[in-house]
Design a protein around this ligand. Structure first.
Ligand code: ZN
Length: 436
């Protein structure tokens, strides 16, 4: 230090502490290439941001020497040991940024607290995360899930692999094709892969064949949520659309209106609808007793709710036998899935397929064919009752990260953030079903 620290006012009303000093580190006095002597050529000054002094920004005004060779004119500068190379900040400043970020603070919050631009903080954060997550996982995983998550608008997806027991995101890459699985297999070591028992995935995904080829010991389990969603999309919704179309052609307004907008009703469980109706009735009664009866208007944010969900479902069922069949079969399919014995599940599903085939409804026949073709993966669910449900949590996490960062342009950084966030203690995914 060559001068007492000065306190200067900053434009934003805060203050800046400026400390001036010289570097004392040694500098070569003989040229590496020619062995000729080097002479002092110039004094340079550099401003380096240090960690704050209480609430004041702290700037180091560092003076260093530049030496030049008398023969080849090569220049050598005095080393500044506390400066982070490539940035005008001290090493301890970078460490502090890393500590704040590791606590879960957003980049923006760290930027506000420590000053410096968000871009620098992002660079430091990316570097820190890369060091942490570029190595393959060491901790063995028994159950994993692979799925796609939406990362941008316009149907751009990334493949995410998670450990189902810890919820940790193990691998993340843009794209949802076979290559991504191949890259994942390359990323984790063989020994790690040999410890995986089962993987949960979407029946329609392209990932399956890669697992069959590269890791045949891993059992593939189709995710029940995906299957039930598939049933909703390919059977119930299609039947509803077809009937709606037929009603329109036949000029049957009543049927058409009943069918229209019945999607939610049809895709919910009867018991869920009953519960909703019960809650709505309770809410309405409460509102009536405490406000309407006394001649008061309803408070803001409170309103009467619909209590006709079950009735609407019954009406929809009455409209058509086909819809009714599809709905009953969905409930049976869901029930069959809850069995934990593979043989019972197989018998149940075979019976289910026979009934679906007998119905003669084209959408149901098609679905039962899919079930028959993919029987093994469905039955594996009885052996390993896992599901990608946890990945839904990852999806939400991705949304939160995107919201905090006002959209990520840098995919690699986004994936690193996702991996980091999935390991935070405060992110507690739902307890896995297989621990029951
Ligand atoms: Zn030289």
């Amino acid at each position: 230090m060559t001068r007492e620290p000065e306190i200067l006012p900053a434009t934003d009303g805060s203050s800046i502490v400026r400390t001036k000093g010289d570097v004392t580190s040694p500098v070569a006095d003989v040229c590496e290439a020619y062995g000729s002597s080097m002479h002092l050529h110039a004094y340079e000054t550099v401003y380096i941001r240090d960690i704050p002094v209480f609430t004041a920004k702290h700037i180091l005004e560092v003076c260093y020497q530049r030496h030049r060779c008398i023969v080849c004119r090569r220049e050598v500068c005095q080393d500044i040991p506390f400066k982070l190379s490539g940035h005008f900040i001290t090493r301890r400043y970078a460490r502090l940024v890393g500590q704040y970020l590791a606590l879960g603070m957003t980049n923006k919050a760290v930027h506000r607290l420590l000053g410096r631009n968000v871009h620098l903080i992002k660079q430091l954060e990316k570097h820190r995360l890369k060091q942490r997550y570029s190595a393959p996982p060491k901790r063995p995983s028994r159950y994993i899930a692979i799925d796609e998550i939406s990362i941008h608008k316009h149907h751009r997806y990334a493949t995410v692999v998670s450990d189902l027991e810890t919820g940790h995101v193990l691998f993340c890459e843009a794209g949802k094709k076979k290559q991504q699985v191949a890259h994942f297999m390359k990323f984790v070591v063989k020994k790690w892969l040999s410890q995986v028992v089962a993987v949960s995935m979407d029946m329609n995904a392209q990932y399956e064949s890669v697992f069959h080829e590269a890791a045949p010991h891993i059992q593939i389990v189709y995710d029940p949520f995906h299957l039930i969603k598939l049933y909703g999309d390919t059977v119930i919704t299609k039947i509803r659309r077809r009937l709606q179309h037929e009603a329109l052609e036949a000029d049957d307004k009543l049927t058409y209106n009943t069918l229209k907008g019945g999607r939610y009703i049809l895709l919910s469980n009867r018991s869920t609808l009953e519960k909703r109706d019960e809650q709505a009735r309770k809410n309405n009664r409460e509102l009536f007793e405490s406000y309407e009866q006394k001649g008061l208007s309803l408070p803001p944010g409170r309103r009467k709710q619909r209590t006709r969900h079950v009735q609407q479902l019954n009406e929809l069922m009455e409209v058509n036998r086909e819809l009714n069949t599809a709905y009953v079969l969905l409930e049976q399919f869901t029930l069959a899935y809850q069995v934990h014995d593979p043989d019972t599940l197989r018998t149940g599903l075979q019976q289910w397929c026979a009934i679906a085939n007998q119905s003669g409804i084209q959408e149901l026949v098609l679905f039962s064919e899919t079930v028959a073709r993919r029987m093994e993966g469905i039955i594996n669910h009885a052996r390993h009752p896992i599901s990608s449900g946890k990945l839904e949590g990852t999806n939400n996490l991705a949304k939160v990260i995107k919201r905090n960062a006002y959209g990520y342009v840098d995919d690699e950084y986004f994936f690193l953030k996702l991996m980091d966030a999935s390991r935070r203690p405060y992110y507690k995914p739902r307890s896995p079903r297989f621990l029951h």
